[in-house]
Design a protein around this ligand. Sequence first.
Ligand SMILES: Cc1cc2nc3c(=O)[nH]c(=O)nc-3n(C[C@H](O)[C@H](O)[C@H](O)COP(=O)(O)OP(=O)(O)OC[C@H]3O[C@@H](n4cnc5c(N)ncnc54)[C@H](O)[C@@H]3O)c2cc1C
Length: 292
Amino acid sequence: MRSNPADYELVAPGSLQAVVSLLAEHPGEWLPIAGGTDVMVQYGAGQLPARKLVSLWNLPELRRIEVSESEVQIGSGCTYTDLRESPVVEREFPLLASAARWTGGMANQNRGTLGGNIANASPAADSLPALLVYEADLILVSAAGERRIPYLGFHTGYRKTLLAPGELIRAVCLARRFVNYFSYARKVGPRNAQAISKICIAGLGQMAGGLVEDIRIAVGSVAPTPLRLKETERMLRGNPIDAALVSKARQTAVGEIRPIDDMRSTAAYRSAVTGNLVAEFLQRMRDRGRSA
Ligand SMILES: Cc1cc2nc3c(=O)[nH]c(=O)nc-3n(C[C@H](O)[C@H](O)[C@H](O)COP(=O)(O)OP(=O)(O)OC[C@H]3O[C@@H](n4cnc5c(N)ncnc54)[C@H](O)[C@@H]3O)c2cc1C
């Protein structure tokens, strides 16, 4: 442990309004901490960017899942366990439910939050490909009020986001229109539990009359930010899934990603596996279409 607790201050004002007021009154001084599963790793390594921490943990405004006719709003303070135990998430957003099951171990799932995963902005974060294919919106909040933005584009570069100083993620909004879609998710890591992804992928698609009607593919850990494979999606739409299309999709996907060699894997492995996963997704979606 390279940090001394006596050098740090932690406050828990107990309401969202009090937290955003504190952030506005002392710009840049306070670091929000939700479940702390990323913050405490930085703390342990002596790399925390601030000495003052303001707690978001268990704020009622952030820890709820609201269901309306058109969308589901997931509070940023919901943990992976909250997501796993939510019937509407399990039923309508299985890609997010899978990501929640795959994130860390039980203790991590009881503390780690969806908002923390988004704001921490790791390209390997497991829930982010799901948010990309569901085309989530984010509600951001600060002392000045709220704004709603598409999640696509929120990560602007390696560990960079559109969050303004003093701003927090309040909720993630998911449109309720994917129930009949085919879902595909894989996490590739050195083992099934407690491993950061070498690659994670989320796929969502719909066939009509033997043709690809709608398709969305997003991959993590293959670029500085989680990536939607827009070019691959474009070339797939309107076509029947046959061997030639699968082969072309594999090549296009590999051309879209920008993987690197790092401590977890190599660029060559990430490219080969991304191509394989895109091919597997398409073959499974075609087979489901045949048996439907
Ligand atoms: C043992 C272990 C295993 C892990 N395994 C995985 C894994 O398999 N997959 C994976 O994706 N991640 C994994 N993680 C990383 C981590 O658990 C997740 O990223 C988690 O979602 C972070 O949420 P948190 O609430 O703990 O964030 P915190 O640590 O509290 O915060 C992380 C960052 O986000 C900011 N922040 C938090 N909430 C908000 C908000 N609402 N608005 C704005 N900023 C905010 C904080 O200021 C901080 O910069 C693992 C971590 C550990 C320690």
